[in-house]
Design a protein around this ligand. Structure first.
Ligand SMILES: [Zn+2]
Length: 318
């Protein structure tokens, strides 16, 4: 079933690229995209030079800019050449014409409603289950979503983000376990450059409940935010969901706003937290260092104290 479905999604991309030149060109461009690798203690960060991602990295997402543009996820504004596939009652599958993954989809709601996890976690679990073989991800409205006014997820093929393989060895650390009950386990990692809470569950209901508790606690820590600041990855494989939640305190690092040689145009979102930094400018790709990566993660990830509060919440759920 999973393979049939993923074939169906891959075929949708192939068909789309037969009829939409912009998309076809950008997927072809991905074959020659430059990448380099930084080795840290037990894990890696890939850096991808991807100029087509400039529109996303540099997207103006303040209220006035959003109000002044036509929403590119609403059906009436989408390019005529862009096809859609019904995915799950309220969600559509679209080919993302500015890809990072070899197979990269945007999954918008059919309604123009704000980007929020609240009320949409069940949908995320269902979509993920339907898309076995793909990594589903969510960027919060102040955590990298370039359409914070229109609910959407994205998906790319599994096997691309380093976190997928690295989490197996991270999870061997029994001290990292926060919660273990029935088919649901949660871990917290604060020695992975970024703060990460991982959840593995065979139960959608338990997974949703656990995430709701974490998000509600983070909401108490960040009452001024439209929603708790997170990036979230979700895959479904062998009857289980695997989730990685990255709690944050900042949208863009200081380097983003610097000028001249100090500037690094990097606006971290789920893919970056998954271990692939996207640099839309050549100069940033060339000059970025391991120290920059560590510093950027440190600036945008939740503080130690607040992360401890989240860990305590999950530990005390029993
Ligand atoms: Zn819209």
């Amino acid at each position: 079933m999973a393979n049939q479905n993923s074939d169906r999604f891959r075929n949708f991309l192939t068909d789309q690229n037969h009829t939409w030149k912009l998309s076809a060109d950008n997927y072809r461009g991905l074959d020659s995209v430059e990448e380099k690798l930084f080795l840290f203690d037990g894990f890696v960060i890939k850096v991808q030079f991807n100029p087509e991602r400039m529109r996303s990295s540099a997207a103006k997402v303040d209220q006035d800019s959003i109000a002044a543009r036509k929403c590119f996820l609403c059906s009436e504004n989408r390019p005529e050449a862009q096809n859609s596939m019904n995915l799950l009652h309220d969600f559509l599958l679209l080919v993302n014409p500015f890809p990072i993954f070899k197979t990269h989809f945007t999954i918008p709601s059919i309604h123009h409603i704000p980007q929020r996890l609240d009320g949409n976690l069940e949908a995320m679990f269902s979509i993920s289950r339907r898309m076995e073989g793909f990594q589903l991800f969510y960027n919060g409205p102040e955590c990298g979503a370039s359409a914070p006014d229109h609910l959407h997820f994205q998906a790319g093929e599994t096997g691309f983000l380093p976190v997928e393989s690295e989490c197996s060895s991270l999870k061997k650390d029994s001290n990292a376990i926060l919660f273990n009950s029935g088919s649901t386990t949660a871990w917290a990692f604060d020695y992975y450059l970024r703060k990460m809470i991982s959840i593995e569950t065979g139960s959608q209901e338990h997974g949703v409940q656990l995430l709701e508790r974490i998000l509600s606690r983070l909401g108490e820590i960040q009452p001024e935010k439209v929603e708790p600041m997170v990036n979230l990855l979700c895959t479904f494989t062998d009857g289980k969901w695997i989730l990685h939640l990255f709690p944050r305190k900042l949208h863009r690092p200081a380097q983003y706003f610097s000028e001249g040689k100090d500037q690094l145009l990097i606006s971290p979102a789920s893919v970056d937290f998954g271990g692939v930094f996207i640099t839309p400018r050549r100069e940033d790709f060339d000059k970025i260092t391991a120290e920059d990566i560590a510093d950027i993660f440190d600036q945008v990830s939740l503080d130690e104290d607040a992360f401890q509060k989240l860990k305590d919440t999950v530990k005390n759920i029993n």
